[in-house]
Design a protein around this ligand. Structure first.
Ligand SMILES: Nc1ncnc2c1ncn2[C@@H]1O[C@H](COP(=O)(O)OP(=O)(O)OP(=O)(O)O)[C@@H](O)[C@H]1O
Ligand SMILES: [Mg+2]
Length: 247
C-alpha cells in the first residue's frame, strides 16, 4: 500500500536562502508524526510546502501515490489534506458557529456569502461543535473565547472539511496549562478514534510523547532524525543539535 504522504528531496529556496533542504519521508495511513526542532528550523515552512501555501523549488510531494507537487491549496484540500496555522487565523467579531459555517461552505466550493443557504449547514456545524466541545459556545464571538477555545475552534474549522491528513502547526501555542489536557485529548481522539493521519509541530515534549508514533527532528531546514520518540530522544546527534538546548 502506498504511503498517504511521500516527500522526496523536498526543498524551498527563497530570496537566495535555502529554508527547507532535501527532506524525504513517508507517512502511513493513520500515523501520528510529530515535528520538533529549534525556532527557525523550517517546520512551518515544511508545512507550507506540504499544504501548498508555497511552491516547492525542489523535489516532490506525493499524496496517496499521486504527485501533487504542482497543485495549489484548494486542490490539495479536496484530496483530504488540511492544516491549522501557528498563529491564530480567526475573525474576532465573528461567532463560533459563523466560522464553522463559513468553513463548511468554503469546503463545499461555495462562495463566501455567509447568510445564503445557511440552513443546510446547521446540522453539520452542530456536529463539529459538539465534537470539539464548543457546542455551548456557538453564539459567542471568537474574540471572547479563551486561548484553548480558540485553538478548538481552529480545529473545528479544519474538521468541517473532513480532512484525512491533518497538519497541525503548534496547536497548543498560547494555551494555558489548564487547557492543554483537554486539547491533547481532542487531538488524540481525532487520531485514534477517527483514524485521521496527523502531522503536528509541537514544542511540548510531554504532550508529544503521549501522542506521536514517530518524531521528526528538523534542524537548519533539514531532517536530522526520524524515528520512534524513544529512539530520537536517545540519539546523540539530536541531543547535541536540539534537545540539549531545549531540556
Ligand atoms: N517567506 C520567507 N522569506 C524568507 N525567509 C523566510 C520566509 N518564511 C520563513 N523564512 C525563514 O525561514 C526560516 C524557517 O522559518 P520557519 O517559520 O519555517 O521555522 P519554524 O521551525 O517553524 O520556527 P518556529 O519554531 O519559530 O515556529 C526562518 O529563518 C525564517 O525567517
Ligand atoms: Mg513555526
Amino acid at each position: 500500500m502506498a504511503p498517504v504522504l511521500r516527500l522526496r528531496d523536498l526543498g524551498w529556496t527563497v530570496g537566495g536562502a535555502t529554508i527547507v533542504e532535501d527532506v524525504s519521508l513517508a507517512v502511513d495511513e493513520g500515523e501520528f508524526l510529530a515535528f520538533i526542532g529549534p525556532n527557525g528550523a523550517g517546520k512551518t515552512s515544511l508545512f507550507n510546502l506540504i499544504s501548498g501555501l508555497v511552491p516547492a523549488t525542489r523535489g516532490s510531494i506525493g499524496l496517496d501515490g499521486t504527485d501533487i507537487t504542482a497543485e495549489g491549496v484548494p486542490a490539495r484540500a479536496r484530496r483530504g489534506l488540511g492544516r491549522t496555522f501557528q498563529t491564530s487565523s480567526l475573525w474576532p467579531a465573528m461567532t463560533v458557529a459563523g466560522h464553522v459555517r463559513l468553513a463548511a461552505q468554503a469546503a463545499d466550493g461555495g462562495s463566501y456569502r455567509i447568510w445564503r443557504r445557511a440552513r443546510p449547514y446547521t446540522d453539520r456545524v452542530g456536529r463539529v461543535l459538539e465534537r470539539t466541545g464548543l457546542a455551548g459556545r456557538a453564539g459567542v464571538v471568537a474574540g471572547a473565547l479563551s486561548h484553548g477555545e480558540k485553538r478548538k475552534l481552529e480545529l473545528a474549522v479544519l474538521l468541517v472539511g473532513e480532512p484525512r491528513l491533518m497538519l497541525l502547526d503548534e496547536p497548543m501555542a498560547g494555551v494555558s496549562a489548564e487547557e492543554v489536557p483537554a486539547l491533547t485529548a481532542l487531538i488524540r481522539s481525532l487520531h485514534r478514534d477517527e483514524g485521521r493521519t496527523v502531522l503536528m509541530v509541537e514544542h511540548h515534549m510531554d504532550v508529544l510523547l503521549g501522542l506521536a508514533d514517530r518524531l521528526a527532528v528538523m534542524h537548519h531546514g533539514t531532517l536530522l532524525a526520524l524515528d520512534t520518540p524513544r529512539a530520537v530522544m536517545a540519539d546523540r546527534t539530536v541531543q547535541q543539535a536540539y534537545l540539549g538546548e531545549a531540556l
